[in-house]
Write a protein that binds this ligand. Structure first.
Ligand SMILES: Nc1nc2c(ncn2[C@@H]2O[C@H](COP(=O)(O)OP(=O)(O)OP(=O)(O)O)[C@@H](O)[C@H]2O)c(=O)[nH]1
Ligand SMILES: [Zn+2]
Length: 341
């Protein structure tokens, strides 16, 4: 995505208290500081600027300062496991989430569904890439199976070893497009990106094993230009991101199941033996496979749990806020009473 406003610069790296920004189309990176609280204005609140953000910077006091974060077109979030309800935004303004899964060993369809949900929730477009096609006898049949679990999503079998299948993936990397790559360790994410970029952008398993020093690109979040004008947003947090389920995103990932749910006789059907349950009927007829159903159930439970947890955090924050307001009010009353004492 190109800059949403004149003069906006893009965050290529986010650190505590400051960010590294570059102008659209490249140029020298400049470090810009944040307000003292580490935040900057975003829409009607304040936020931690993250990799991929477009920001306005001014130099009113001599050094570059982030004045505004521009409205995000998409945001990849991770639920913070800690004691706050604030979700951590790992990357902003991502156009494409490449969900990378290996064909050998067998692809894990549940994991693909999980990562698709994450992608749909972000607002970016998911694309599935199935790696190591050279290692299996029938990549086409396996691809069709994954396609059934990836409704409305393009699925590309590729081999970085032979170069087969890379062209349609390369075609996604139009100038200005920002992508992130997610998938399990060893799926071939780095190998894929390097094959697409035409150079060693990410250290692969092979290189890690040989130099033993680990991957240099994973120590911080950064936005890396690729061959052809696209940019890769690479952050260690994104590669192994935990799931962030969300009811709407689940309805998109599991559009087939959502359609069935809408047909159940009872609006609050638990698909648990109630009469007129379209989900159970589809399971019995074989229209819905058991694996996909279980995968959906699991993610729905996680989404409900996350929503409840976020609610309880919000409630706690609200109580704390009211306590403060009440204390201030009482202090104010004491102050107001003073002249008469
Ligand atoms: N045969 C074959 N091997 C591949 C292919 N893609 C990746 N590999 C190999 O799979 C191994 C893992 O690849 P990486 O690119 O390091 O995997 P990764 O997903 O980046 O792994 P992490 O960095 O641990 O997240 C390496 O030994 C690659 O050479 C492929 O298309 N075909
Ligand atoms: Zn039902």
């Amino acid at each position: 995505m190109s800059s949403p406003a004149a003069g906006a610069v893009r965050v290529v790296r986010a650190d505590k208290g400051s960010v590294l920004v570059v102008p659209e189309g490249g140029g020298e990176a400049v470090r810009a500081v944040l307000d003292r609280d580490g935040l900057a204005p975003l829409d009607d609140g304040r936020a931690v600027p993250t990799v991929g953000d477009w920001v306005l910077v001014d130099e009113a006091d001599g050094s570059p300062h982030v004045r505004q974060v521009l409205t995000r077109s998409s945001a990849l979030v991770r639920d913070s496991a800690g004691g706050t309800s604030r979700e951590q935004v790992l990357a902003a303004n991502v156009d494409i989430v490449l969900v990378v899964e290996h064909l050998d060993p067998d692809p894990d369809l549940g994991r693909v569904e999980r990562l698709l949900t994450l992608a749909w929730r972000s607002g970016a477009r998911p694309v599935v890439v199935l790696t190591k096609a050279d290692l299996v006898p029938d990549a086409e049949a396996m691809t069709r199976e994954v396609e059934r679990a990836a409704i409305a999503v393009d699925v590309h079998p590729v081999s970085a070893a032979t170069g087969d299948g890379l062209d349609p993936v390369r075609a996604l990397l139009a100038p200005g497009v920002a992508l992130v790559v997610v998938g399990p360790s060893g799926a071939g994410k780095s190998t894929l990106v390097n094959a697409l970029a035409g150079r060693g952008v990410m250290a692969t398993g092979d290189r890690r094993a040989s130099d033993g020093r680990g991957r240099h690109t994973t120590t911080h979040r950064e936005l890396v230009p690729l061959h052809g004008g696209a940019v890769l947003i690479d952050t260690p947090g994104i590669r192994g991101i935990g799931v962030v389920a969300d009811a709407d995103a689940l309805d998109t990932t599991f559009a087939d199941v959502a359609e069935l749910v809408a047909l159940c006789r009872f609006a609050d059907c638990h698909h648990d033996g109630e009469p007129g349950c379209a989900v159970v009927a589809a399971l019995e007829s074989g229209d819905l496979d058991r694996r996909r159903y279980e995968s959906w159930r699991k993610l729905v439970r996680e989404a409900a749990y996350q929503a409840r947890r976020a609610d309880s955090h919000l409630a706690a924050q609200e109580r704390a806020r009211w306590k403060k307001v009440t204390q201030e009010y009482q202090r104010g009353m004491r102050g107001a009473g003073r002249p008469w004492r």
